[in-house]
Every structure is written in C-alpha cells, then in structure tokens.
Ligand binder design. Structure first.
Ligand code: HEM
Length: 459
C-alpha cells in the first residue's frame, strides 16, 4: 500500500540544492559572468515568472521561454517552424554529424521513421533482460561497505547497461578503452565553452582537443567494427543489431553506414550521460531522505515480494516512478533545449522572428511557482496526487516534446526504475555532501563529488 503524503504536510518537505536565479542587484557584467559559469544562475526572477523574456549575450540574442503553452507551441504545435539551434548543432556535430540528434528536414524524418521501431515495447522487454544482467554484475562487484563518488559509480553502471543493450556486450572490444573514450567524448562534446557564444562562420567546425579527437576516433572504429559484424548476423536483439538491419517502413531503405555509425555514437553519448545523471540525482535524493528510502523498500516488498524486478513490474511501482519523476523535475539531465525560428512565428503575444534563437530552460519551467506548489521542495507525492502530471502535463518535459521528443525515453525510464529498485533493495544509502549545486555544462551535473556509502542490508 502506498502512503500518500498530504499536500498540506508542507512543513515536512525537504528543499534540495537549487541554482538560485539572479537577485537583481548584480551589475550586467557579473550577470554575464554568472550566466557563462552556470547558465541557470544567470537567469533573473522575470525568467521564472514572466513566461517569455528577451536577452542578449555577446553576439547571441535570444527569447527565453518558460511559459508551458509557449514551449508546447514551439516544440510541438508549430514544430515545423523551428529547427534545432545552431549551438546544439555546433556541440554535437563533431561526434555525430549524420545522427538523428543533429540532422534536419527530410533526412531527419527518414531517420526517425527507421529508428523509432527499435525502441518499441517488444524490443524494450528484451532490453530489460540485458539491464537486469548489468545490474546483477554491479551488485556482484560491490562489497559490504562501499564509499564511492555517486556520479562516477552511476557513470560506470550506465556504461555497462549501454554496453549490453546498445552494443550487445561486445567481446572483441576493449571495454575500458571504449569507456574512457566515451567519457572524454561526452566531456568534450557536452561542455559549453565561452567561444560557443562568439560569432563564427557556419563552415568552421567546433575545435576539440587532441584527446577529444582521439576519443572520437576510438568510438568510430569500434562502432564500424560492430556494425559490420552485426550485418552478417540474422538473430539480433541488441540495439546495434536492430539498427544495422532496420529499414524505413515507407521507402524500405536502410540508413547509410555513416548514418548508422553516427547514430550509434549519438545514442551512446546522449544515452550514457543523461541516464547516468538521472540515476545520480535520483539516488542523491533517495539517499538524503531516509523516509523515501523506506517507502521504496515497502513498495518493493508489496509489488515484488522475493522476485527480481522485471519489465512487467515497472508500471506497478508507482512510488518509485513518482520519485524518479520528481527527480527529473528538480534535476532534468538536459536542463535547457534550444531552437531557431525558420519563419516568423506568433508564440502567445510575442512574434518570434525568422532566425531568432529560442531557449527553453526546462529546469526553470520545472521549478516555476506559476505551475508548481512548493516548486523547490522534494515532494514525489505530487505525482501520485495528480497522476496526469507524469504523462501529459505541459509544464513537465524532461524528455522534451513534439516530433523531436527523446527517442530513448522509455528505455531510460526502464533502466532507472530497475536500477533504483535493485540498489535500494540491496543497500542502505547514505549521502554526505555539502555545498552541492546543480551545474549546467550542456547537461545538468552536480557541482562537486557526492560522497555516498552503499551498506549491504541485513536480510
Ligand atoms: C533520463 C535519460 C534521458 C533524458 C532526460 C533525455 C532527454 C532528452 C531530451 C530533453 C531530448 C530532446 C532535445 C530537444 O528537443 O532538443 C532528447 C532527445 C534525444 N534523445 Fe534522450 N534523454 C535520455 C535518454 C536517452 C537515451 C537512453 C537515448 C538513446 C539510447 C536517447 C537518445 C536521444 C536521441 C537520439 C534524441 C534526439 C531525437 C530527435 O531529435 O529526433 N536519450 N533526449
């Protein structure tokens, strides 16, 4: 039985760390420095309250949109009037130039039609078996008492999950080397830099360090090798195998080898970083809040008894899903999405002109008092009191919305729920962490190490 926490038990609610907005007394220079260091601390109170505001940073002028209807118009209703922003392109292109996350127009449509079936329920059920194996290995490698950095531990775990689900647990590939390469590629590709805000001709590629180029080369070589191997095999259930055999249902054409490779790398980079962060933040919240940990244990007992967690259990674990949603609300791993207008477009009472940049800080929308009671408090029960919040709410978009909504969302949710259940059931979690803040690089990372101890529960 789930015990619902009443909306009025506000006094009991805990406020996890928050990247606080500008208070208005900072000068323009300090505001710019704050924005560049951590964009979430560079927004002012107007951004939280007004819905659509206009800003300038170096050469970049932008509309910042936190009104949920306006965000829905841009991402969904009038999605054809917008394209992914130049900044997104610039950051992701070196790693995945021909991948779904970067391409546009007809190429994007054909890729989306070809790739979407890979993430359908029937395949996800098979992926859940691979996830379960990776979780058993994770648990098996842990001692009685383990003191770790939480983000590092979750990065390793999600790497192993992706190695099994995406790459089919490749034998001929040096996992350690690939892991290091993926980490370097994510850090290089996924970190905003000051020169990203400077004017630059479109033909000039974003420069990476030598380490970054070498990491990408390692990933490309491994991806090419795997795709070639899988092409020869008929019985395939990992994502790389499904990708190498998939065809566009409309044209019956496959993706080119380069498109397949860039998508594989794109899935790896995006899927790895976001899933690791989703789990890091969720376990940080759970480990900091013993009451939540106990309620999860109670639910596991009710729903699973002594069984291992399986695909069929995911939707029955209502409280675990609510905790995950609350974590994705407070700490969305992709905290900001961006678009550029292709044509002049009316968005509420603002005309967004052709070529204008639109920034949608999901982090701010998720914490605006316009939409949420106690917006900065940890209150997973809000998703139980209002079950529709988790599915259809305009103000809750951790996976984006519209045609370019995250293609891996269901896989990510299955992985996160199974990981939370497996870890909480086996270990008591304690967090020791002060001065932590959510910090935007391109994703939402913790600003410092989160010291965690996983202590084996006495059965
Ligand atoms: C908790 C984990 C995840 C979060 C929070 C997340 C979030 C997002 C968001 C917000 C977008 C939309 C970006 C935009 O509109 O500009 C997106 C797109 C995308 N995501 Fe995820 N994601 C997660 C996991 C994954 C996984 C596991 C994969 C693949 C294995 C994946 C692959 C993609 C791809 C390929 C796109 C681009 C889709 C397109 O443009 O058609 N994501 N994700």
């Amino acid at each position: 039985m789930i015990t619902l926490l009443n909306k009025h038990s506000e006094a009991k609610l805990w406020r996890p760390p928050h990247a606080k907005p500008l208070n208005g007394s900072e000068g323009r220079l300090l505001a710019i420095i704050k924005f560049i260091r951590n964009p979430l601390e560079g927004f002012n109170a107007n951004v939280y309250n007004k819905g659509i505001t206009q800003h300038g940073l170096l050469s970049v002028k932008m509309h910042v949109v936190t009104n949920s209807k306006a965000a829905n118009t841009i991402l969904k209703k009038k999605a054809v009037n917008f394209r992914k922003s130049e900044l997104n392109q610039r950051i992701m292109e070196p790693a995945t130039k021909q991948g779904l996350i970067v391409v546009h127009g007809e190429q994007w449509k054909a890729q989306r039609r070809t790739i979407a079936p890979i993430f359908q329920q029937k395949h996800l059920k098979t992926q859940s078996l691979h996830i379960s194996e990776a979780l058993k290995e994770f648990i098996g490698n842990m001692g009685e008492n383990n003191e770790l950095d939480l983000a590092t531990a979750m990065t390793k775990l999600t790497f192993n999950v992706l190695a099994k689900t995406l790459l089919g647990d490749p034998k001929g590939v040096d996992r350690e080397k690939l892991g290091r390469a993926a980490y370097t590629a994510v850090s290089e590709a996924g970190t905003l830099r000051i020169d990203d805000f400077l004017p630059r001709p479109k033909w000039l590629p974003r420069l990476l360090s030598l380490k970054g180029y070498l990491a990408l080369k390692t990933m490309r070589t491994a991806a090419d090798q795997l795709l070639l191997e899988r092409k020869e095999q008929r019985e395939v259930d990992d994502l790389v195998g499904l990708l190498s055999h998939s065809v566009d249902p409309r044209t019956k054409r496959s993706l080119t080898l380069k498109e397949q490779r860039d998508n594989l790398i794109g899935f790896f980079i995006v899927g790895h970083e976001t899933s690791a962060l989703a789990l890091t933040w969720a376990l940080y919240l759970i480990g900091s809040h013993p009451g939540t940990q106990q309620r999860i244990l109670d639910e596991i007992q009710d729903v699973l008894g002594d069984e291992d967690v399986k695909f069929e259990h995911i939707s029955q674990l209502k409280f675990v899903n609510a905790v995950l949603n609350e974590s994705l609300r407070l700490f969305p791993p992709i905290p900001i999405v961006g678009r550029e207008a292709i044509v002049d477009t009316q968005v509420l009472d603002t005309v967004v002109r052709k070529d204008a940049i639109v920034v949608i800080p999901l982090y701010v929308m998720h914490r605006s008092s316009v939409y949420w009671d106690n917006p900065n408090s940890f209150d997973p029960d809000r998703f139980l009191r209002q079950p529709k919040l988790g599915r259809n709410a305009l103000q809750f978009k951790p996976f984006g919305d519209g045609p370019r909504v995250c293609i891996g969302a269901s896989l990510a949710i299955i992985e996160a729920v199974m990981a939370i259940v497996t870890i909480v059931r086996k270990f008591e979690i304690h967090i020791e962490c002060e001065n932590l803040k959510p910090q935007v690089t391109a994703s939402l990372r913790p600003s410092c190490d989160i010291k965690v101890s996983f202590t084996k529960r006495k059965c």
